[in-house]
Design a protein around this ligand. Structure first.
Ligand SMILES: [Zn+2]
Length: 181
């Protein structure tokens, strides 16, 4: 499929690889084991896995600008959350918010009234903040942590992409055409 949105997704993936690959090419600056741990973490726990795939499905459900804006809000706020935690700034209710994110995001996908770009951006960003914070809080600021963060980020984007693909496929099957909606 070569719609403008999938072309933009490819461009996004290429841009992110361009950021991540030079880091990989300098083993002194990036710990490979940390990177692999970071990639594996969102895939190994149902909380992150469900939330991140659902963010993609939700973006696809809303369609148009939300295809990139909803996952983008999650990723952007996740980075901010990680940075806040590294800076030693406290955030309450991190674990409950992560658990809530899985349920709330699924509900948002199912409720027609929540299929609006700005609602998607607000909720995805809000929950992304907590997913990022939970991990920044545990990270020492060293090379392994940097690798971990890069791996975690790539994995998150991959899960969003899977969710977007899944969401678009579901809408195609249902004949609703999210992108033109
Ligand atoms: Zn985690």
């Amino acid at each position: 499929m070569s719609t403008p949105s999938s072309a933009r997704l490819l461009a996004l993936a290429a841009a992110l690889s361009a950021v991540a690959l030079p880091a990989l090419a300098h083993p002194g600056h990036l710990d490979t084991a940390g990177f692999l741990d970071g990639v594996g973490h969102p895939l190994g726990g149902l909380d992150h896995l469900v939330a991140m795939v659902t963010v993609g499905v939700y973006g696809a459900t809303i369609g148009r600008r939300a295809l990139l804006a909803v996952p983008g809000a999650f990723v952007g706020m996740m980075l901010l959350g990680g940075a806040l935690a590294l800076a030693g700034i406290g955030l309450p209710l991190v674990e409950p918010m992560i658990y809530a994110s899985t349920v709330v995001l699924v509900l948002l996908c199912l409720m027609p009234m929540s299929r609006t770009a700005w609602i998607g951006v607000v909720f995805a960003g809000w929950f992304g903040l907590f997913h990022g914070f939970a991990h920044g809080a545990e990270m020492p600021a060293d090379a392994a942590a940097l690798g971990y963060a890069a791996g975690f980020l790539l994995s998150t984007i991959g899960l969003h992409a899977v969710g977007l693909g899944l969401g678009l496929a579901i809408h195609r099957l249902l004949g609703r055409g999210a992108v033109e909606a």
